[in-house]
Design a protein around this ligand. Structure first.
Ligand SMILES: NC(=O)c1ccc[n+]([C@@H]2O[C@H](COP(=O)([O-])OP(=O)(O)OC[C@H]3O[C@@H](n4cnc5c(N)ncnc54)[C@H](O)[C@@H]3O)[C@@H](O)[C@H]2O)c1
Ligand SMILES: [Zn+2]
Ligand SMILES: [Zn+2]
Length: 361
């Protein structure tokens, strides 16, 4: 085993700092992973890369970046009960105390312990490194049918979306509007398809993202964001609007569109984080009997079920990865993700680096 490794840090001025640090040793109940894929999230760009904006759960504490890791266990500490050396695993990206009410529900994302809740890549070392330490209780088994790049997107991206979609319920009765076609919005398109949605409409401002949504068959129609979006969505849905809407943009206008373009009795879920929204509750929601949900990440048990279903559906999250970089080029990877001219961007190692993503297939 090597003694030192390369790791990426985000100083908060749109640069990436590579450092050589000791390879950590797993303690009790912990494992050491060889990181095979580590994907970049919109939250990394918004709260850490450009500027250290986050507070509380989004406060970056100068640790190794990357909260979407997936890899193979190369050493297991004392006391591990399920996972062992050689296992392929996904890391649930927030390590909670394990004993508060939220942790007991599997939602370590909302762990209430100020002392023990630490998210990988935010308050404890994450996956933008050759190796990382993870707690065994945060691990989800990665089935052989899924690649490491598939696995990297299960926790934050696909898991988050699956949770939101389970809240509003998606099936073949539904036309769905997705505002924001970043990796999270693209994941929403992919999952809505498998859940049976019959018409999927996407809205974004970046032409490259709209093109990816169409090229990968994740949306049936895409609209550039604009003042006529509500009328355009109604036109595409027989004058009624969609039964379900998912905001993955966090943009105030797009959020209002998601609510207003939803038809009577419809359901909307907000996933995009930060920002504001202005609506007129009576005409926009109350008189049309609509329900609005907020959804924050997912639970470990739902993530496990999602992994099982991805295999059953033959759905590969890595299909929305458009670019892969080796760790040494992490700086280019973050810069590309910050430009928005891409699907999901992954930093990969070993066998995972040579996968080229669906677009190049
Ligand atoms: N709720 C959660 O648990 C959770 C988990 C992960 C990510 N997130 C959030 O979800 C959002 C999406 O994540 P991502 O990684 O795809 O980020 P992203 O920044 O890549 O995607 C946001 C997309 O919204 C688009 N957009 C901007 N203005 C728009 C407008 N007016 N109309 C339509 N689209 C518009 C952008 O062009 C971009 O493609 C982010 O806000 C992220 O922080 C939430
Ligand atoms: Zn993320
Ligand atoms: Zn807890």
């Amino acid at each position: 085993m090597k003694e030192t490794m390369t790791a990426a840090y985000l100083p908060g001025n749109s640069t990436v700092e590579m450092r050589t640090v000791p390879v950590p040793v797993p303690g009790h109940g912990e494992v050491l992973l060889r990181v095979k894929a580590s994907t970049i999230c919109g939250s990394d760009i918004r709260c850490i890369y450009r500027e250290h904006l986050g507070k509380g759960p989004e406060g970056y504490q100068g640790v190794i970046a990357g909260h979407e890791p997936c890899g193979r266990i190369v050493a297991a500490g004392e006391g591990c009960r399920r996972f062992k050396t050689g296992d392929r695993v996904i890391v649930y990206h927030i390590s909670g105390c394990g004993v508060c009410n939220d942790c007991r529900r599997g939602y370590m994302i909302s762990c209430t312990s100020a002392q023990y809740r630490r998210a990988y890549g935010w308050q404890r070392d994450g996956g933008m490194a050759e190796y990382m330490i993870a707690e065994e209780k945060d691990l989800i088994a990665l089935p052989d049918e899924l690649s490491f790049a598939d696995g990297a997107q299960v926790a934050c991206g696909f898991g988050t979306v699956y949770e939101g979609l389970e809240k509003i319920g998606i099936n073949g009765n539904h036309a769905v509007l997705i505002t924001g076609l970043g990796p999270v919005g693209l994941a929403a398109g992919a999952l809505c398809r498998k859940l049976g949605a019959t018409k999927i409409i996407g809205i974004d401002v970046v032409p490259e993202r709209m093109k990816i949504a169409i090229d990968l068959g994740l949306c049936d129609s895409v609209l550039p964001s604009g003042p006529n979006n509500v009328a355009q969505v109604r036109e595409l849905t027989g004058g009624f609007g969609v039964e379900r809407a998912v905001d993955c943009s966090a943009h105030d206008l797009a959020r209002a569109t998601a609510i207003r373009a939803t038809r009577k009795w419809g359901k909307i879920v907000f996933i995009g984080e930060g920002g504001k929204v202005e609506i007129n509750p009576s005409p926009d929601m109350i008189h049309d009997q609509k329900t609005l949900y907020g959804s924050w990440v997912t639970s470990t048990w739902l993530m496990e079920e999602l992994v099982e279903r991805l295999v059953r559906w033959n759905l590969h999250p890595a299909d929305i990865v458009t670019h892969r970089f080796p760790l040494e080029q992490a700086s280019d990877a973050y810069a590309l993700m910050a430009s928005g001219k891409c699907g999901k961007v992954a930093v990969c190692a070993d066998e995972e680096l040579t996968g080229t993503g669906n677009l190049a297939r």
